[in-house]
Design a protein around this ligand. Sequence first.
Ligand SMILES: Cc1cc2nc3c(=O)[nH]c(=O)nc-3n(C[C@H](O)[C@H](O)[C@H](O)COP(=O)(O)OP(=O)(O)OC[C@H]3O[C@@H](n4cnc5c(N)ncnc54)[C@H](O)[C@@H]3O)c2cc1C
Length: 406
Amino acid sequence: MRAIKYVQVSRESLAVGLLIDFELTEEQIALRDKARKFAVEEVLPVSKKYDRTGDFPRETIEKAFKAGLMNLGIPREYGGLGYGAFEQALVVEEMAAACAGITTSVYVNDLGAKPIILMGTEAQKRRFLAPLTEQLRFVSFATSEPGMGSDVAGLQATCEQDGDYYVLNGDKFFITNGDYADVFVIFARLKGTKRHQGICAFVVPRETEGLSMGTPLVKLGHRASDTATVMLRNARVPAENIIGGEGKGFLLAMLTFMHTRPAIGAMATGLARSAMEYAINYAKQREAFEQKIANFQAVQQMIADMYARVEAMRLLTWKAAWLLDHGQDANIASSCAKLVGSEDAMRIVTDALQVYGGRGYLENYAIAKLFRDAKLYQIYEGTSQVQRYVISRYLFEEYQPILKGF
Ligand SMILES: Cc1cc2nc3c(=O)[nH]c(=O)nc-3n(C[C@H](O)[C@H](O)[C@H](O)COP(=O)(O)OP(=O)(O)OC[C@H]3O[C@@H](n4cnc5c(N)ncnc54)[C@H](O)[C@@H]3O)c2cc1C
């Protein structure tokens, strides 16, 4: 975390500047509406099926690709859509409102492509980004290992230069879309190095000799997303595939998360919004004590809280996305967006399930799936505890108190 210097954005500019403008442009409204229509017409109808079977939703992903709702952040000069973090937040909120798992499957290309966008050479960008935009291809991002997830500086996979190649060894665990990835961005450390210093990132094509896949992992939720184990046994990767140079991997991973965490906040917002809508609908129909349960203040208040929280989640996400799109350091804002988004989504879906009473516990009602899906937001791309760690380090080391003279 040390490597990222937090640049304080002036409070004045935040107070009176462009940030306080919640009006979407016509293009943004059109994009959000397109994503909303796609979510309702293409994602929602198949979400139960993929949740039940655990199959990879390739057909739906292909439709998202063709509709221009995938690879959102790939710059235009490499054939991409060139959307900013804000537009990405608009799109994934809508999609995750219909199915969190399918959304993760669609969105993970943006996670995988981000390190190349951030630190790739011109040649790497042409070689690895452009193909993602030409036809449906997948790129996975791999820091996590069987023995390490939160502590990226503690990763154990190794790399060692041998002439024009680096030789990679180790295992990568929990890799989203890994079983279908055409290329991976894999993080490994130079042999003999410790902690942050020696970590490198490589673009590793799937056909690399020495790269193989383990058995797909079976999950509680997000069953429409594939989660894989990648094994590297003397995998030889061309030296030209290193991203950003030797030792830049840790900084690159942290910068990548800074860019992608707001999208997790946005997905959590979409899921929570749906949970709230299901709860309202059920409360209007279900009767107890000879009246609709929507008449009970306890139920009304739970649902009012849901709405207020959804609004707050979205605003934090928008703020982090805005900072990113304006070239500002969004490290803390991104962590806040992900932390509040994922924690509140879990709380909202728990309350929504409560509104359903016993039926909320049954798999044939939509709430059970939302409940299982929401849990992942508190875990991947840095757990809630890790987000709090990032935020608290900033507060204790860099934050300037408003009230001086303690
Ligand atoms: C479905 C799924 C998809 C995923 N996709 C990817 C992917 O595509 N690519 C990838 O690289 N990884 C991926 N991950 C891995 C994910 O990022 C890790 O699971 C996550 O970062 C947590 O790591 P861990 O599971 O090793 O838990 P650990 O790091 O072992 O943590 C265990 C517990 O200890 C807590 N903890 C750890 N350190 C601290 C600390 N300093 N302070 C307080 N508490 C702490 C954690 O919050 C957690 O509660 C995925 C995971 C899942 C479940």
